[in-house]
Design a protein around this ligand. Structure first.
Ligand SMILES: Nc1nc2c(ncn2[C@@H]2O[C@H](COP(=O)(O)OP(=O)(O)OP(=O)(O)O)[C@@H](O)[C@H]2O)c(=O)[nH]1
Length: 322
């Protein structure tokens, strides 16, 4: 059985697959239909074919380095298997994307057994950080966790109120930082409140400024230090929010964060508004970090756990365009 067919079978058996399909419809329409057009004139895997395929990958935002890696893989596998049709090449291509994604080891996110677990949300302003913080709170609350939000992004006027409004709607507590307050001090207040209340999970909306790396590093170090003091030996997870529509630019911003602190995972937002879903593969190849969740819309439920197979099927499966 071909690779795409296998993906389709597992995909059909999964819950939430409609979400993936509709959230990624822009990427699918663009990517799958371009592959279909390329396949309509298929004469074999030669230089011209690989060049056209490269363009499709670049347009899907895989970035040069990642696209070249995939192309090299497709070329050698196509020669090895003597691929004679576009369906066979597609199977090779999709499997290369999966293999690349799965070639990194990921650490699983675990809840602390004693004391609250802390997640620090980082990312540039406008990436969807505040909305994603709320979406996560909602998800974990629905799974039975008692969640406390900390609005520590005290530099953007309105960010704190925005998170508080979300917290009220979702029905979780929120510790609010005052305008321009030191984010670390807001985090201390939050940790203390969570310990008093016996919360399972603290999610803190933090540093949103793209500033110089030294300051960013100091700010994040300070946050880690105070958390370590308040909740000893329970390192905070750091999840970086990236706006998928900012493409390769978003990846350079991400680098600023990953070199400033240990980031444990990526949340890619606004994939529903982007035709360039290939950024997932690029992020993975360039940063080596797992995509934990994807944002597929503006409402509080539009956050889905990332799953590489569902993702590949949703952008590569049958095109909606006939
Ligand atoms: N379509 C879509 N919109 C999203 C998604 N995630 C966030 N948004 C929208 O993106 C905009 C910015 O989101 P915010 O959460 O305010 O962004 P932020 O990064 O917190 O920005 P600051 O608060 O300025 O740091 C809002 O209009 C959100 O509704 C998503 O997955 N899909």
């Amino acid at each position: 059985m071909g690779f795409l067919k296998k993906l389709k079978d597992t995909f059909s058996s999964k819950q939430d697959n409609d979400y993936y399909l509709s959230g990624l419809s822009k990427s699918r329409t663009s990517f799958a239909s371009k592959l279909k057009r390329l396949g309509s004139g298929f004469k074999g895997v030669d230089e011209d074919f690989l060049e056209e395929l490269m363009i499709i990958l670049l347009e899907a935002d895989l970035g040069i380095e990642t696209a070249e890696k995939i192309i090299r893989g497709v070329e050698s596998k196509a020669i090895e298997t003597k691929a004679k049709s576009m369906d066979e090449v597609n199977d090779i291509l999709f499997e290369e994307m999966q293999t690349l994604y799965n070639s990194f080891e990921d650490e699983e996110f675990k809840f602390n057994e004693d004391g609250p677990t802390v997640i620090l949300m980082v990312g540039v302003n406008g990436s969807g950080k505040t909305t994603t913080t709320a979406k996560l709170a909602n998800k974990f609350k629905n799974e039975g966790k008692s969640v406390l939000l900390i609005a520590a992004d005290t530099f953007r006027a309105g960010a704190v109120d925005q998170l508080k409004r979300w917290a009220d709607r979702i029905g979780v507590d929120c510790v609010m930082g005052k305008n321009n307050a030191d984010p670390a001090s807001v985090i201390v207040d939050g940790c203390r409140q969570a310990k008093e209340n016996g919360n399972d999970l603290i999610i803190a909306d933090t540093a949103g400024r793209l500033q110089n790396k030294v300051n960013l590093m100091k700010e994040l170090e300070k946050m880690h230090r105070v958390i370590d003091r308040e909740i000893p030996e329970q390192p905070a997870a750091v999840w970086l929010v990236i706006d998928a529509t900012t493409g390769q630019n978003g990846i350079s911003q991400a680098r600023e964060f990953t070199t400033a602190t240990d980031v444990n995972g990526i949340i890619l937002t606004k994939l529903d508004g982007s035709a360039k879903g290939g950024i997932v593969i690029s992020i993975r190849n360039l940063l080596g970090l797992p995509v934990k969740y994807v944002g597929l819309g503006e409402s509080v439920d539009d956050l889905k756990e990332f799953d590489i197979d569902s993702f590949i099927y949703s952008i590569c499966g049958e095109s909606d365009e006939e």
